[in-house]
Design a protein around this ligand. Structure first.
Ligand SMILES: Nc1ncnc2c1ncn2[C@@H]1O[C@H](COP(=O)(O)OP(=O)(O)OP(=O)(O)O)[C@@H](O)[C@H]1O
Length: 564
């Protein structure tokens, strides 16, 4: 009872606004009112599960994270002076909790405006002083749980709020939930696949301490599986009961989403699987490109909020064919690379302890050595020149914005895929089709970087594909010539964080729907989604809109390519 009283004493008056819940003022309950409130408390407040949370683990979040997800930074800053008795900071008047941050709302009880208990059975009775006719309408006490910024992370926090009502049966908690989950399903059923070796072996700890509390506070149904061997996630995806889940969340690097997609791809009911499930990443690995590109963050707490709140979006996948696995094509969601980038990614495994900077070091060494990676490259262009690419980008970007702007739809409809959507148009065993072009051999015989990608961020602060779009039916192709002088290559590499490298005249940047890469070295590396693939000719074809993922704004994170 003491706990209940102290909890109820933290109650604030609040109102719903267009963008969130506005705290109006604190209210203290006299203890006798609390005693009677208890009588009407059908769903009494549970002990706050977040009171005891003290653990903080160092964060990997980059500066742009907060800008992307905190829609009301000042109003939820940690600088408030008022402390409640749990040592938690209470929220001052005029604080706005944006709907984007509200995880859950639950009605506790209905009370009169003087906080005496509201009685339905006496309302309207002329004998009742408490609920006399014409008296003001009652307030509803609602327990609101929201994601509160604490240091570099988000933690769930519960508040007890009283809302004035427009009618005794006004369901404020339900209105609040509807506004907080406007474009997405609430209380999702999530299968979490953890790679315990992901990143620096921190994936499980990150999931338990950072992500799980946010999922729990959002009333998500969560099932957890840890991988025990390479390929395990793929096996799980091949057989899991798709009806049980809305989301597969990979607490890992990019390797587990790659496996999950390929496991689903091998199912007989793959169209149903890709229509039912959204595949997403909780950034717990060393390569977290999917989370950076879709959730706009490498911080697991912000990604968890995005998984709970983000809308489903269809993305294209790329289908790879090589002679080693001719009939069993493999899906790629992120990238394929040969040359400098591939060698830097795979050959620096031995310095994994360095974290993401191991990759940058590898690129630098290879570029300084001016290593070349000759090949033949045949391409089916969607936009060959930089001008054509910009036109393509603007067209598809505005199409996508128009479709996601349709606010009449509570959850925007997604086009389902069918079995024929998985079929390839081109075969590696056929001659190169007539409408494909051979890329200038002057470049390909001196190739430095070959990088084809579908998501804008490949690593933190590395916006390698700033013009990538979720479902424009293309992948972006970036090529460099190893003969480019070091004085020109240095600024190109230094502008990877802004994505300006693609504007440089020395960098080839195109949109393609398919390509065939025929390496001319005896030994080197082809890497697909960060995994080593057979070193042999590779043919790739984009399969439009095959997969559903979660993205907080219904697209990839903003890259500002339009204004470059
Ligand atoms: N239990 C396991 N034991 C060994 N390997 C595993 C296990 N679980 C997953 N793997 C493999 O580990 C690889 C890397 O996984 P993941 O992408 O999650 O981590 P990462 O830290 O980002 O690694 P990378 O830097 O290689 O991308 C995947 O290819 C996956 O098949």
């Amino acid at each position: 009872m003491r706990k209940l009283k102290s909890y109820m004493n933290q109650c604030s008056r609040a109102v719903l606004t267009d963008s969130g819940v506005m705290i109006k003022s604190q209210h203290s309950f006299p203890s006798d009112e609390l005693d009677s409130a208890q009588e009407f408390n059908e769903i009494g407040p549970e002990p706050n599960p977040f009171e005891d949370e003290t653990e903080e683990i160092s964060s990997t979040r980059k500066s742009f994270d907060s800008a992307s997800l905190i829609s009301c930074v000042t109003c939820l800053s940690d600088n408030s002076n008022s402390n409640d008795e749990n040592g938690e900071q209470s929220l001052p008047a005029n604080t706005l909790i944006p709907y984007a941050k509200i995880l859950y709302a639950k009605k506790i009880c209905v009370m009169n405006n003087d906080f005496s208990p509201y009685r339905d059975d006496v309302a309207g009775s002329s004998n009742s002083e408490t609920n006399a006719p014409g008296a003001e309408l009652p307030s509803v006490l609602v327990e609101v749980t929201f994601a509160k910024p604490r240091r570099h992370n988000l933690v769930p926090k519960k508040l007890l709020l009283s809302f004035g009502t427009i009618a005794p049966d006004d369901d404020v908690a339900e209105t609040l939930m509807q506004r907080s989950y406007k474009n997405t399903k609430r209380e999702k059923s999530i299968m979490v696949i953890i790679n315990p070796h992901g990143g620096k072996g921190q994936a499980k700890k990150l999931f338990v301490s950072k992500v799980k509390p946010i999922f729990a506070a959002s009333n998500c149904l969560v099932e957890v599986l840890e991988t025990s061997y390479r390929g395990h996630a793929s096996e799980v995806a091949k057989t899991l009961d798709i009806d049980k889940y809305d989301v597969i969340a990979c607490a890992s690097g990019d390797g587990i989403p790659h496996e999950v997609l390929n496991g689903l791809f091998q199912r007989k009911d793959r169209a149903d699987a890709f229509n039912k499930l959204a595949i997403t990443q909780l950034p717990c690995g060393s390569g977290n490109a999917m989370s950076l590109s879709c959730h706009g963050t490498a911080n697991p707490t912000y990604a968890a909020l995005s998984v709970v709140k983000a809308q489903e979006v269809r993305i294209d996948l790329m289908c790879c064919t090589q002679s080693s696995y001719k009939t069993e094509h493999r899906l790629s969601f992120l990238s394929q690379t040969y040359g400098v980038i591939a060698e830097s990614d795979i050959n620096t495994e031995c310095i994994r302890w360095m974290g993401p900077s191991r990759f940058e070091l590898g690129v630098l060494i290879n570029v300084l050595q001016r290593k070349k990676y000759p090949c033949d490259l045949y391409v089916k262009y969607a936009a060959k020149s930089k001008n054509a690419l910009r036109e393509h980008y603007n067209l598809h970007k505005s199409k996508q914005e128009n479709s996601s702007d349709d606010s009449s739809l509570e959850i925007p409809e997604q086009q389902d895929v069918e079995e024929p959507d998985f079929k390839l148009t081109y075969s590696l065993s056929d001659p190169v089709p007539d409408d494909w072009e051979l890329v200038d051999p002057a470049i390909t015989s001196n190739l430095g970087i070959f990088y084809a990608g579908k998501m804008p961020y490949v690593a933190p602060n590395t916006k390698f594909f700033p013009a990538a779009l979720p479902s424009d039916g293309c992948c972006d192709l970036v090529l460099t010539d190893s003969r480019t002088s070091i004085t020109r290559m240095a600024p190109i590499l230094l502008s990877l964080d802004k994505g300006h490298h693609v504007l440089q005249p020395e960098v080839v940047h195109s949109k393609v729907t398919a390509y065939r890469l025929v390496p001319k070295l005896k030994q080197s590396i082809i890497s697909v989604d960060g995994e080593m693939f057979p070193f042999e000719p590779l043919q790739v074809e984009v399969l439009p809109g095959l997969c559903k993922t979660l993205s907080y704004n219904g697209s990839y994170v903003e890259t500002d390519f339009d204004s470059m």
